[in-house]
Design a binder for this molecule. Structure first.
Ligand code: ADP
Ligand code: MG
Length: 686
């Protein structure tokens, strides 16, 4: 149970004044459903404005507050252009206050002709004319604007404005309870951080690095602590030692020798499985590094030892692909394997359930359907989770409840994250790394091209498709709003369809799952030749015939993400090409990034470099989902503070593993605050 003291924070956002059905949606879009979320919706940055007497004292581009007298209203003749309010300062300089769309209503109300008003906004120049587009504030006297000289800028969604969000944040901040301190006293004193509630208030008020660091540290501490609780809980659990005699593995007839990294990983897994503490191991390996064979060997060990194994995939299509691959490889062993997804119904499904129940089916592959309550296993010894990052820790824990004794878990991920982040995301797991590619891989040619030459790119694409190849086209990432990403993808899709007709399919995040699956399947089966997508291309999808990848506005992506996307091609025997289209204004860092993409295909190296380059503060727009499990801490803070938080958590666990001391109690509150309460729940269980 969540401690009562947190109740005001977990009240719904609708309990804030002014939040009705109309604001609920845009707030939800930002993930702000409770008072807590609003309080933690920290400003992206602050604007500083200078109060001035007249426009002569300001320069173009500057944020100002200035007294003006309204002289005239002009609406554009077509009615579609901007609505302009002309105004003049004391010496007689004219400035156009420009409003677009519905904002003109506000202008009419706030700025009657002849009135003197204080106006806050950014001074721009449009042709010969000074202008302020959508003044941020308009007030009748200066006192009303003094509070806006240093103002937070929040990220918004459609339907929200800066003042609205600021107002809600203020209300949320007024409801902060006094919470006991959970940070270790020595660290707290050394860092000279403000107390929790003060830190939140300061962080909304101005640039306050100590406050931001403290809030980030809280999140990192909560995460480390929760992962350690998972680990401690796992250590206490009884698992079943699985020792195989090699009989089944010996019958495998692989068309290739294992790489050193594969053999080493299999050895590590074999060692874990033989223990009676359940395995919690992460297999980290770039796309194409050969994780499937490692999973296969692990599952065969379980079967040799008389247990069952289940492989969980995040989507139907991936489950199906794994099933086909594994069935082929298993053929010489005679081991049966079944596929179970949400789609299977009736008799076929019953037969599989029977087989799992009586143990005649030793290996099953599927989506989360394999862990529904109706599915009972005779003796589930090993769970393999593919594309681990798609599943949260809490889901992983639920799976572990499935067996009579806790099954061993092997999680696999193709996201080559840097070591610091591995600790953050998978701190409770042991890690095996496939840091060696199977031999004979063809390097992917990576070419950086100006977006202006898109016509040539389409011609090149046409030639490839003509020759029977398939291709991916990743659409530009627009800042902030997902709807705009989708609009951009739909526009590109429409344009490419004009040229390639039914050969093109479109996939994006808001498609219904059936439609998305259908489109993916048309592409995977070769019926469609070109897949146009936003950045949500299914991870892990294997289409060896796809040999061309086009990525628009490549400079907007993180290196790790570009690498992931590029990994969709280069999977067959044919030469593959990745075209990175770049915009005009490319920063130094942007150039460096794209150059690195050309230079290396080593995912781990790219991940480290990505972190280094982004640490420089150049991270564009929104944080990519799946990037880190954090909402407050940014990459720079993770690097600086995570090691300290991790150590702090470890010490606390050593001294007070049950979290029952005074500080332990405070730490429990922290876990609930950051919704890492699955950690606390484990405490009670153990
Ligand atoms: P991923 O790690 O992305 O899941 P896969 O397991 O799908 O990679 O393997 C990618 C491809 O490499 C497959 O076609 C697989 O058969 C092949 N492969 C795996 N291991 C080796 C190896 N040791 N030597 C050669 N090819 C391999
Ligand atoms: Mg895979």
């Amino acid at each position: 149970m969540r401690p009562d003291i947190l109740n005001p924070l977990f009240a719904e956002a609708e309990t804030l004044e002014g939040v009705g059905p109309k604001l609920k949606k845009p707030l939800e879009k930002l993930g702000l459903t409770r008072v807590r979320d609003v309080a933690y919706h920290l400003p992206d940055r602050f604007v500083t404005r200078r109060p001035i007497d007249n426009l002569d004292a300001a320069s173009v581009g500057e944020q100002i507050v200035v007294p003006l007298t309204v002289t005239e209203h002009r609406s554009s003749r077509s009615g579609r252009g901007p609505y302009t309010v002309m105004a003049t300062d004391a010496p007689g300089n004219y400035v156009a206050l420009t409003y677009f769309g519905k904002a003109s209503y506000t202008a009419k109300k706030l700025l009657p002709v002849g009135a003197k008003r204080w106006v806050a906004g950014r001074l721009d120049q449009y042709g010969q004319m000074l202008q302020i587009v959508h003044p941020e504030h308009v007030a009748e006297d200066s006192s009303g604007l003094l509070g806006t000289l240093n103002e937070p800028v929040y990220s918004l969604s459609e339907g929200l404005t800066q003042p609205k969000v600021a107002g809600l944040a203020a209300q949320a901040l007024a409801r902060l309870p006094e919470l006991p301190e959970w940070i270790e006293p020595g660290q707290y004193a050394r860092a000279k951080w403000p107390a929790w509630a003060d830190a939140l208030r300061l962080a909304h008020k101005g640039e306050h690095p100590a406050a931001r660091d403290r809030l980030a540290y809280d999140e990192l501490l909560a995460n480390s602590l929760a992962l350690m609780l998972v680990r401690a809980d796992n250590k206490r659990r009884k698992g079943q030692p699985l020792r195989g005699d090699g009989a089944l593995r010996g019958k495998l007839d692989l068309p290739f020798p294992l790489t050193g990294a594969q053999s080493r990983s299999i050895g590590e897994i074999e060692g874990d499985l033989a223990q009676d503490t359940p395995m919690l191991r992460l297999l980290q390996g770039d796309v194409g590094s050969g994780k499937t064979v490692v999973a296969l060997e692990a599952m065969l060990i379980a079967v040799e030892a008389g247990a069952q194994a289940a492989l969980l995939a995040p989507t139907e299509i991936l489950a199906r692909q794994h099933f086909e691959t594994l069935r082929r490889m298993l053929a010489p062993t005679g081991v049966e394997i079944a596929l179970l997804t949400g789609r299977d119904k009736g008799r076929a499904r019953e037969a599989i359930l029977m087989g799992l129940h009586d143990g005649s089916i030793p290996i099953v592959v599927g989506t989360h359907a394999i862990f529904q309550d109706t599915v009972a296993y005779r003796n589930l010894g090993l769970i393999v989770i593919d594309e681990q990052h798609r599943f949260g820790v809490s889901q992983r824990l639920m799976l572990a409840q499935k067996g009579r004794v806790t099954p061993h878990t092997l999680a696999m991920t193709a996201t080559p994250i840097p070591r610091t982040l591995t600790l953050a995301q998978y701190g409770e797991m042991d890690v095996s790394r496939l840091d060696e590619m199977p031999p004979g891989r063809q390097a992917i040619d990576t070419v950086v091209i100006s977006q202006e030459r898109i016509g040539e790119v389409v011609d090149r694409l046409a030639a490839q498709l003509e020759a029977g190849a398939q291709a991916y086209w990743v659409c530009p990432m627009v800042r902030e709003l997902e709807t705009e990403d989708i609009a951009a993808a739909e526009a590109r899709y429409a344009a490419l369809r004009e040229r390639f007709g039914d050969d093109v399919v479109l996939v994006h995040g808001q498609l219904r799952p059936e439609l998305k699956d259908a489109a993916m399947e048309r592409f995977a089966s070769g019926n469609a030749k070109l897949l146009v997508a936003t950045t949500v291309i299914e991870v892990g999808v294997d289409v060896p015939n796809a040999t061309l990848m086009v990525i628009e506005q490549a400079e907007r992506f993180g290196l790790a993400q570009l690498h992931q996307l590029r990994g969709r091609v280069g999977r067959g025997s044919k030469k593959s090409v990745c075209l990175l289209l770049r915009g005009e204004a490319l920063s130094e860092t942007g150039k460096e990034r794209l150059a690195l993409m050309r230079e290396t295909q080593d995912g781990f190296r790219l991940a480290e470099e990505d972190l280094r380059l982004r640490g420089g503060g150049e991270l564009l727009g929104t944080r990519q989902s799946g990037d880190t499990p954090f909402r407050v801490a940014d990459l720079d803070q993770i690097q600086r503070l995570l090691p300290i938080a991790h150590e702090d958590a470890r010490l606390l666990m050593d001294r007070d593993g049950g979290l029952s001391s005074e500080r332990g109690e405070a730490a429990r509150i922290l876990l609930y605050l950051f919704e890492r309460d699955w950690g606390v729940q484990l405490l009670r269980g153990g």
